[in-house]
Design a protein around this ligand. Structure first.
Ligand SMILES: NC(=O)c1ccc[n+]([C@@H]2O[C@H](COP(=O)([O-])OP(=O)(O)OC[C@H]3O[C@@H](n4cnc5c(N)ncnc54)[C@H](O)[C@@H]3O)[C@@H](O)[C@H]2O)c1
Ligand SMILES: [Zn+2]
Length: 353
């Protein structure tokens, strides 16, 4: 088992190992000796696969498991679902000494985390991420929230989990495309600060090697979160490729998944950076090779002007400037404030190979 300790406004462990799901009861009991109930929030797909195992483990530890299940997918990450979850917590008399357990991908993690952040002004949450994306990214760092009709993640709160359990066996049941979505974020970590990770992905990537890869991503996210928990500086680096990715997701009406959009966003930003002489061509070669290897896209059918207009609605915009994450060396990226007017040219440059 790999353990990564996070010291943010709350300190907690991220534990990564195959089969660790069955130990949830033991860990929760150790952390919360007075807890009586465990509210398992999941989606119907993940719930059907793993909720029973989780419930059994909790029951053995003398916790009463109550399971709340929602339809799978981003459409569930909304205000109505959030309010009905709170209503159910209240109806079941959940108290502040009880604990919420988010069992699922990033959608469940964000929604359950936000409900936990706000119900009774905050109850503890344990994250059990079951998608690769949720393991390497969304379950760690405390960002929680829901989407609004006018945009993704527009409402939320910082609420650090009390524990994150990554059972790498759960990845086996992930649909292939969802797995590759997560790989796009793994490639992002490599580009951001881990040349060793890029090498690992190039040389000996296999499903059997996931534990060290997840651990490396989590460690990197941990380091960033510890220096900038509330996302005012360094944490924005995690948005590499994301300004354009969010534009692509929005323009496709969310038919193009997040990871695929991030892959294209990273390719566009890196091409533009190379053309402007900010980044050595080697970076683009490595990124291209990895994205192709994982069957992730490097191009989009949307034109520069549409992407630009959609990107301007992005929340990383501050007045007349927009923060773009620019690769500057292999395994290194920097934040660059760019006048909003320059963004169109940047996208045009990045669109053309
Ligand atoms: N909070 C953060 O810091 C943060 C960071 C990145 C992304 N996010 C959010 O995460 C969400 C995306 O997360 P996601 O890609 O995990 O999406 P998701 O939660 O919708 O999961 C994708 C699909 O995979 C299924 N699934 C999950 N685990 C499975 C398993 N083990 N076996 C079989 N099926 C499984 C789900 O049912 C769903 O249909 C977005 O809403 C995004 O905004 C949050
Ligand atoms: Zn992302």
């Amino acid at each position: 088992m790999t353990k990564v300790r996070v010291n943010a406004s709350r300190s907690y462990d991220v534990r990564i190992a195959p089969g660790i799901l069955c130990l949830i009861g033991e860990y929760v009991r150790r952390l919360f000796p007075a807890a009586q109930k465990a509210a398992i929030v999941t989606d119907q797909t993940v719930g059907a696969l793993y909720a029973q195992k989780v419930s059994e483990s909790l029951a053995v530890a003398n916790l009463l498991p109550i399971c709340y299940s929602m339809p799978p997918g981003e459409a569930s990450k909304n205000g109505a679902q959030y309010l009905s979850l709170l209503a159910l917590f209240a109806q079941d008399h959940l108290t502040r000494s009880d604990v919420v357990i988010a069992l699922g991908g990033g959608v469940v993690g964000d929604l359950a985390g936000f409900a936990a952040a706000t119900y009774l002004r905050g109850v503890p949450v344990v994250q059990i991420p079951t998608s690769l994306l949720a393991m390497v990214d969304s379950s760690v760092g405390g960002k929680t929230g829901v989407d609004m009709p006018s945009g993704k993640n527009l409402v939320g709160a910082f609420h650090q989990p009390s524990l994150v359990l990554c059972d790498t066996n759960t990845i086996r049941s992930l649909p292939e495309a969802v797995f590759r979505d997560g790989l796009a974020e793994v490639v992002k970590y490599g580009m951001l600060g881990r040349p060793t990770l890029l090498n690992r992905l190039t040389v000996d990537f296999s499903h059997a090697e996931l534990e060290p890869i997840i651990a490396e991503c989590v460690t990197m996210k941990r380091d960033i979160v510890q220096t900038d928990e509330f996302d005012t500086g360094e944490r924005m680096l995690l948005n590499f490729g994301h300004t354009i990715a969010h534009a692509i997701e929005q323009l496709s009406n969310y038919q193009i998944s997040h990871g695929f959009a991030v892959a294209v966003g990273m390719a566009i930003d890196t091409r533009a950076a190379v053309k402007q002489g900010l980044c050595p061509p080697e970076c683009l070669q490595v990124l291209t090779r990895l994205l192709k290897r994982f069957a992730l896209p490097l191009e989009t059918a949307f034109d520069a002007k549409s992407l630009y207009d959609a990107a301007l609605a992005d929340k990383k915009r501050a007045g007349d400037e927009i923060a773009i994450v620019v690769p500057t060396a292999l395994g290194k990226c920097e934040l660059k404030q760019m006048p909003v007017n320059d963004l169109l040219g940047w996208i045009e440059m990045g669109l053309n190979p």
